[in-house]
Design a protein around this ligand. Structure first.
Ligand code: GTP
Ligand code: MG
Length: 456
């Protein structure tokens, strides 16, 4: 990212509080580029590398938000300090570091409780914010549709509500900074009731938008077109893939959370049928629950889809960790029941994706940039969707949790019943996926043999 492009982005910043209390601006004041110190804690259960990666990602988030990370601090502790997140001694050390680097803000890698934030600001003598605030701020900058803006503002206000009093009134006159209020703002004295009123106004507006969307969805169902939702970690190349497959012009940028709104395009499959492809917002580790709640209507497209195209950046160092993080969010938004097709993207930027393909049977590798693998991908999408009409039965021993999980991911489970031999599944599944579970398959769906719980 160049300084110029950053600058352009900064000018384009649209705070999410424009209408709130009449003050303009969001969490971040971009009058200047702030210097930021990052702090993470590794508890014994976590590998240091995972925490380091998380801190690296936090640095990227801070950059995307429009500030400069200047130093990272990683503390090993038995547990998170309930009062100050890091120990008090460490907090004082961080204060010295922040002074040394002339940093105005310290960003913590986990969500801070209102009390922790308050205490830390007291010790540090500067603004203390967390990963959630940074993510919400990026969303605020990137939201462009009415719905997106409403959802982001709602998420920010809900996050802010319990912190109204505690987030350091001593600092309320301090100018600028991520998470700080703008010069002259006295947000912390803002009437709580006004904030609650604003929240309910936004909720009502969102309900209106959703009603409208409900009508559209019904129309679409009547047209009986299958929907494929593109999901995945932020920056994996979801929008690029939509563009490459459909000749669409979705916004693509080497920036986290470039897409916030669902964009739908038609895709013609080799078999002659047409499906709808929906681009969605990207996910990230530790996605704020305020965000998930506020974006539920956008995220619902994933749960309603016939197939999830889970795009993974094959060139990312921790691409397995990203797959896991995405699956966790899919679980939360009720989309884990939809069959998933793993698509490893950015093949051109890797030494090959054989190990990934081998580790994830049924997955495909593509490059949205070079076009490699795209033909195969559309064929596989067609197969997976056509197979959605065919059903099959499987019995999986209770000891084979990984097989159960795999079956859930590769198929649409119509029913599951516990039997003497294990879990009996009736599913919609395509032939290629069914072949992977051949050892557990019953001879024919609906066949009476074995239906009493015996071997099938
Ligand atoms: N080398 C390479 N880069 C790619 C490929 N696909 C996408 N990119 C790049 O990855 C970056 C992110 O692409 P997007 O399509 O915006 O990713 P996204 O998943 O939609 O990201 P968000 O909407 O921000 O969550 C851009 O800089 C793209 O040019 C690919 O196949 N190869
Ligand atoms: Mg995108």
């Amino acid at each position: 990212m160049t300084e110029a492009s950053r600058g352009g982005r900064a000018e384009g910043h649209r705070g999410a509080f424009g209408e709130f209390g009449g003050e303009a601006g969001g969490f971040i004041d971009r009058a200047f580029r702030e210097k930021i110190v990052l702090v993470g804690v590794a508890v014994p259960a976590q590998a240091t590398t995972a925490v380091e990666e998380s801190l690296g990602e936090l640095a990227r988030l801070v950059e995307t938000a429009g500030a400069d990370p200047v130093h990272s601090v990683l503390q090993r502790r038995d547990r998170i300090d309930p009062a100050t997140y890091v120990g008090r001694g460490k907090a004082l050390e961080v204060r010295d570091i922040a002074e040394q680097y002339d940093a105005d803000t310290v960003v913590f890698d986990d969500e801070l409780s209102p009390a922790q934030q308050y205490n830390l600001e007291g010790i540090l003598g500067r603004t203390a914010i967390d990963r959630t605030t940074v993510i919400l701020d990026i969303f605020a900058q990137n939201a462009s549709s009415t719905e997106g803006k409403v959802q982001v503002e709602l998420a920010q206000l809900r996050y802010r509500l319990p912190r109204l009093r505690g987030s350091g009134y001593r600092l309320s006159q301090q100018a600028g900074g991520i998470g700080a209020r703008g010069p002259g703002e006295t947000q912390l004295e803002v009437d709580r009731r006004r904030l609650l009123r604003r929240i309910s106004t936004l909720e009502a507006r969102l309900r209106g938008i959703r009603r409208h969307r409900g009508v559209q969805a019904r129309r679409r169902r009547r047209s009986a077109q299958s929907t494929v939702a593109i999901v995945g970690y932020t920056n994996a190349g979801k929008s690029s893939l939509l563009n490459a497959l459909c000749g669409a012009e979705a916004h693509v940028e080497d920036r986290l959370f470039a897409t916030l709104d669902a964009l739908t395009r038609r895709l013609d499959l080799p078999g002659g049928e047409t499906v709808l492809l929906v681009d969605t917002v990207g996910f990230v580790r530790k996605l704020p629950h305020e965000f998930v709640e506020a974006f539920m209507s956008t995220l619902e497209v994933a749960g309603d889809a016939d197939l999830l195209m889970h795009v993974v950046d094959a060139s990312a160092a921790d691409c397995e960790g990203q797959v896991q993080a995405v699956r966790e969010v899919l679980e939360v938004i009720g989309a884990a029941k939809v069959p998933e097709l793993l698509v490893f993207n950015k093949l051109d930027a890797t030494d090959g994706a054989e190990h990934l393909l081998a580790a994830h049977p049924g997955s495909v590798a593509v490059s949205a940039v070079s076009g490699a693998g795209l033909e195969h991908l559309t064929a596989v999408i067609g197969d997976r969707l056509r197979a959605a009409a065919a059903t099959a039965e499987f019995v999986v021993p209770f000891s084979r949790g990984e097989v159960m999980a795999g079956l859930h991911r590769s198929s649409q489970v119509l029913s599951e019943t516990a039997t003497g031999d294990g879990m009996r599944y009736r599913v919609r599944i395509d032939d290629a996926s069914a072949a992977r579970f051949a050892d557990f398959r019953c001879p024919a769906a609906g066949n009476a043999a074995g239906a009493d719980g015996g071997d099938c």
